[in-house]
Design a protein around this ligand. Sequence first.
Ligand SMILES: NC(=O)c1ccc[n+]([C@@H]2O[C@H](COP(=O)([O-])OP(=O)(O)OC[C@H]3O[C@@H](n4cnc5c(N)ncnc54)[C@H](O)[C@@H]3O)[C@@H](O)[C@H]2O)c1
Length: 256
Amino acid sequence: MMSNDTKTTDANISDDRFRGKTIIITGAGGNFGRCGCLYFARRGANVAAMDNNESALNETLLEVADAVGSDANIRAYPCDVTDPASVEGTVETIYVDFGRRIDMLWNNAGYQGQIRPTLEYDPSDFARVMNINVTGMFVVLQSVARRMASQRDDKSGGVRNGCVSHPFSIVNTASVAALRGTPAMVAYASSKAAILAMTVSTAKDLAPHGIRVNAISPALIGPGVLWTRQNELHASSGSPYFSSDPEQVAKDKIGG
Ligand SMILES: NC(=O)c1ccc[n+]([C@@H]2O[C@H](COP(=O)([O-])OP(=O)(O)OC[C@H]3O[C@@H](n4cnc5c(N)ncnc54)[C@H](O)[C@@H]3O)[C@@H](O)[C@H]2O)c1
């Protein structure tokens, strides 16, 4: 994905609403996460960039410094979301580093697993996908939400004059794979469906604490390296739902 975020794409939305807010972005070394870091740093937010790939994280920091300059307030936090102790320690460090305030979380780290039909899918890879995409996401969400809940000024459980106010926001990255049941991606589709259920359930639990929880379900984004790589993987999966020719896979996906 190109990081070509421009102000013209969202000219009608106030850029100022994120100024001074603190956001944690997981998967910040990856395609979406890096774009998110750029987006929020450009708008004056404090960005805590988390990823278990330290070199990718450093590239994100360089790209943000290049694009935004010394105004950017972004720091890198190497962390594996499958290690609860590391997540808890990292979130506490971020909380302290940014003045005991976390306003937003983009819970975005993910692993797509093998591209293999169900009969051949390796159960240990299934477990790995679930551990990163579901358990890892939950552990980050819980750790951040605990701090958000503790930040509320009033102790009324978020209910004021009968209305619930929601100053904090969590967004989980799911996928259209959860809705479509993409063939040869059983672990990934299952994990993303679990994320949708996690989102609805945690949204209810956290609403009284002033925390909104939503999910986004992107489709595969192309053209570009992601689109090409995914079509190659689908073509070589052995699934009868995909042509063995990556170019034909691409044409079939867009109805060509
Ligand atoms: N790219 C797409 O077309 C697409 C479509 C739908 C949903 N998504 C989802 O969007 C999110 C981001 O996708 P992307 O395209 O940027 O992928 P990406 O592979 O470029 O980035 C994912 C990032 O997550 C990090 N990560 C993986 N395991 C981790 C762990 N255990 N701890 C910490 N970080 C870890 C990786 O190091 C990587 O930097 C993922 O959740 C993905 O499933 C992507």
